[in-house]
Design a protein. Structure first.
Length: 308
């Protein structure tokens, strides 16, 4: 039972809580597939998306999720808000509380910002990505997509390739997938592999072939050029050649293996166009799972209040 005020990371969530979100998300996805976009679950609620970093998928899908369930939806982009006049995160949160916001969805470049906000506001807080820390709803939508495509997440072999160091997606997937019994393999240039990730449960591989051998899912991660301060690899072309995934690499994977990527993709760098657009790609499916899983979280966090 998801019986908590906030969703800040998958490190915090139990396997049972993750399972409840995924089960609810799968039901939401069935409704979306039937093009049902008018639901009563959040009627009378206000959801604010507070984004201090760029986003297409996460922001849009949270806003659609809230809108489809009948909430009032407000967006605050930090670039055009009073943050530019020096207002602190905590004061921004207090202002949103005073406006009777029910849920604040926050993306912030600093790890820990959603947790600080959650401590200081009455509204539910959902982490939409904080620095290099966690991106829980991305991992949940990835897991929802896996659950739909395989009988169970337990026992799956998931290979995550790319910029693990800067990736909040990799960390949230590691925490979530391990809790549900999957094996998580990781491969990156040494300069983009954080020390200690093996102690968190990842199997750190010496080559991309080792990571992909027999894998059920091959997930590419975006090279986060905005978080690199130079010197982690020689060039994008060399990254693609030595660390990216292509059709030849997929021959090492299980015959039924699926290709995933959280987006946005640097096309031809992390994955070739043939993989992105091919039959085994589930990248567009992930996007629909994103709306469904965010509907599930918004509903589960507020459902007692809506019912009372
Ligand atoms: N995957 C993801 O977080 O994408 P956006 O940055 O577009 O939200």
């Amino acid at each position: 039972m998801l019986n908590r005020k906030d969703v800040l990371g998958l490190y915090d969530l139990s396997a049972e809580e993750i399972d409840e979100i995924l089960t609810t998300g799968m039901n939401m996805k069935k409704l979306l597939r039937q093009n049902i976009k008018k639901l009563p679950h959040l009627q009378g609620k206000t959801v604010t998306t507070l984004f201090y970093e760029n986003s297409t998928r996460t922001r849009c899908s949270f806003e659609l999720a809230a809108d489809y369930m009948g909430a009032h939806v407000v967006n605050i982009a930090a670039a055009s808000s009073s943050v530019q006049k020096g207002e602190t995160l905590v004061d921004t949160g207090k202002t949103l509380d005073a406006m009777k916001n029910d849920v604040i969805v926050i993306r912030h470049p600093m790890g820990g910002a959603p947790r600080l906000l959650a401590k200081t506001v009455k509204a539910h807080v959902v982490n939409a990505g904080d620095g290099m820390n966690e991106h829980p709803t991305q991992a949940l939508l990835d897991m929802l997509t896996m659950r739909e495509n395989f009988p169970s997440i337990a026992g799956l072999k998931v290979a995550i390739l790319g910029d693990i160091s800067h990736s909040r997606v990799a960390k949230s997937n590691l925490f979530g997938l391990k809790k549900l019994g999957a094996e998580v393999r990781m491969f990156a240039p040494r300069t983009l592999m954080p020390t200690g990730i093996d102690r968190m449960g990842a199997k750190v591989c010496a080559s991309r072939e080792e990571a992909v051998e027999g894998a059920d899912v091959v997930m590419g991660l975006r090279i986060q050029l905005e978080r690199q301060h130079g010197g982690n690899f020689p060039s994008l072309g060399e990254y693609a050649k030595y660390y990216g995934a292509d059709e030849a690499l997929m021959r090492y994977a299980a015959p039924h293996a699926l290709v995933m990527h959280p987006g946005p993709v640097n096309r031809g760098v992390e994955l070739t166009s043939a993989l992105i657009d091919g039959d085994t790609s589930r990248i567009e499916e992930q996007v629909l799972s994103g709306i469904a899983v965010r509907m599930a979280i918004l509903f589960l966090l507020t459902k007692e209040e809506v019912a009372s």
